[in-house]
Design a protein around this ligand. Structure first.
Ligand SMILES: C[S@@+](CC[C@H](N)C(=O)[O-])C[C@H]1O[C@@H](n2cnc3c(N)ncnc32)[C@H](O)[C@@H]1O
Length: 243
């Protein structure tokens, strides 16, 4: 890519091109690198921690498609509250549905990855980046946009331990519990999509809302196996995003 040579990666950021460079605990992810980012070979950047949290591209694309179809037209802004290395942010920008995608990430090295990766996908001009705490930024910098916005959030799940839980406890999720996330984001927008472990406790997902409100839950699969689920809070028209 032209101009890419001038971009300097922060020290924690890598593009691994050979297995011998890859730390042992990431190697399983590295084997799936082309599924995670189909343009991996074009120079995708990741920190070693970001490998564990990035949403694989086919899943990110499907979520972006579902959100684009199910949200009322007057919602023109999508806020990706935990942008990470850009897996979801890129898919949202690529969908062309949003006037603006706002992407928030508190870790500067991870944010540098997201910006760089968005350039590789040619979607950087549709994204406004924020470095910092999403709860603070929603409250103090973006509050005016609430009525026009929806929030997508893929929070940290508290490390790889979630895989061994038969039912994942969303109230002890670290560092942000479901209650906390729901309460914070509801102050900003009535439309919230949360990306969570596939074994998330459905009773807990239902418990945060009142009787007259609803939550839709959709699993996202690769080769027939659920990778994760999205909980859609608010008046999403999920019928429009059936496939
Ligand atoms: C699971 S990852 C997101 C992955 C992203 N969806 C992707 O596909 O690349 C969660 C991210 O949230 C960031 N994060 C954690 N707390 C945050 C906060 N309060 N505000 C903004 N970002 C935060 C972490 O640094 C991490 O990069």
């Amino acid at each position: 890519m032209s101009g890419e040579t001038e971009e300097v990666a922060p020290p924690e950021v890598h593009h691994y091109s050979d297995k011998s460079e890859v730390p042992w605990d990431i190697q399983n992810y590295w084997y799936q690198r082309h599924r995670i980012f189909s343009k991996y070979e074009e120079g995708i950047w990741l920190t070693d921690d970001a490998w564990f949290g990035v949403t694989p591209e086919p899943v990110a694309n499907k979520i972006a498609e579902d959100l684009a179809a199910s949200v009322p037209k007057e919602k023109v802004v999508l806020v990706d509250a935990f942008a990470g290395a850009g897996g979801n942010t890129i898919a949202f920008a690529k969908s062309g549905r949003w006037k603006r995608v706002y992407a928030i990430e508190k870790n500067p090295a991870v944010l540098a990855c997201a910006k760089h990766n968005a350039k590789i996908y040619g979607v950087e001009t549709g994204i406004t980046w924020f470095e910092g705490d999403c709860f603070d930024i929603l409250k103090n910098q973006l509050s005016d946009l609430g009525p026009y916005s929806i929030v997508f959030a893929s929070p940290p799940w508290g490390g790889p331990g979630y895989r061994s839980d038969e039912i994942f406890n969303l109230q002890t999720m670290e560092p942000y519990s479901l209650d906390f996330l729901y309460q914070e984001y509801s102050k900003f927008s009535k439309f919230l999509a949360l990306y969570l472990p596939r074994t998330s406790d459905l009773r807990q997902l239902a418990k945060v809302i009142d009787d007259n409100e609803k939550v839709n839950v959709r699993h996202y699969c690769i080769e027939g196996a659920s990778k994760a689920l999205c909980a859609y809070y608010g008046s999403f028209d999920m019928e429009k995003s059936k496939s």
